[in-house]
Design a binder for this molecule. Structure first.
Ligand SMILES: [Zn+2]
Length: 268
């Protein structure tokens, strides 16, 4: 299996390309026009009669921005992805990003149409000589999924278990913790050699995956405890652990507000 992970200059967003004898699996091709062109060229280089599959880990705009650069692909995403309640808003974020940065693309922007729908944990899909197993992963947003590529011993995680980002809880902290609960089971059920996050660097060992899981969990639990009690959130430790403080501070504050809203709703 040939593997190529492209890391965008923006937010270290990853695009993963896996090539087997019969199949190409491309995940979340993203951000800048020249980066997309590079991915298109390599995909074309490997095509040679192989079937191209395009998988979206979730519907956040940075992950679907390159969708239409691969019109020949068979598209895989979750059922929740297809039922996104506000597709226009996602597209608006792409338009806003492109127009704010004077970016022109040579392909149109639209919300991806999905050919193969993932709707439950453990769902398996054979694409040529590649076997994919999926687990639903809501929490960061509502429509994420984990994908295990069995033959590559690879776990494609979307926006979870990153080494450079703490959890961004846009959807639900309860779902987020439930999703993290799946980590140990997945490690037990599958032979995993690496985990590729949506942003940052792959985890190359079980130990590293478990370390990231614990970091993600304790971040959310500490947020909840700080909201419930007079305990202060340890900001110093947070910015020692995560280096892009000026970029990420707003996301931490969004998480704090999100947790407060969730708790408010529950105590009413
Ligand atoms: Zn992302």
């Amino acid at each position: 299996m040939i593997e190529k992970i492209f890391t965008s200059a923006l937010f270290q967003t990853t695009s993963t390309l896996l090539v087997s004898d019969q199949t190409i699996l491309l995940v979340d091709p993203n951000w800048l026009p020249h980066e997309i062109i590079m991915i298109q060229e390599l995909t074309k280089h490997y095509l040679q009669g192989r079937q191209l599959y395009l998988l979206f880990t979730h519907s956040d705009y940075d992950h679907i921005i390159g969708a239409n650069a691969f019109p020949e692909a068979i598209v895989i995403a979750t059922e929740a992805f297809t039922k996104h309640p506000n597709k226009e808003k996602v597209l608006e974020e792409i338009y806003f990003f492109d127009e704010s940065n004077y970016i022109q693309r040579d392909y149109p922007i639209s919300y991806p149409l999905v050919d193969v729908i993932v709707s439950k944990d453990g769902q398996q899909l054979t694409i040529g000589d590649m076997t994919l197993v999926f687990y639903l992963a809501p929490g960061h947003n509502a429509d994420g999924m984990f994908t295990i590529v069995e033959e590559a011993k690879t776990w494609i995680a979307g926006d979870y278990l990153s080494d450079i980002e703490f959890p961004f809880i846009d959807h639900s902290s309860i779902d987020y913790l439930d999703t993290l609960q799946k980590v140990d089971k997945i490690l037990e059920w599958h032979d995993i050699h690496q985990l590729i996050p949506g942003h940052g660097t792959p985890a190359k060992s079980i130990k590293e995956i478990q370390k990231r899981k614990l970091e993600n969990q304790s971040y959310i639990l500490e947020l909840k405890s700080a909201a419930r009690t007079t305990n202060n959130f340890n900001m110093e430790a947070l910015w020692e652990r995560y280096q892009f403080r000026r970029g990420m501070e707003a996301f931490h504050n969004k998480n704090v507000a999100k947790i407060a809203r969730e708790m408010g709703v529950r105590t009413q």
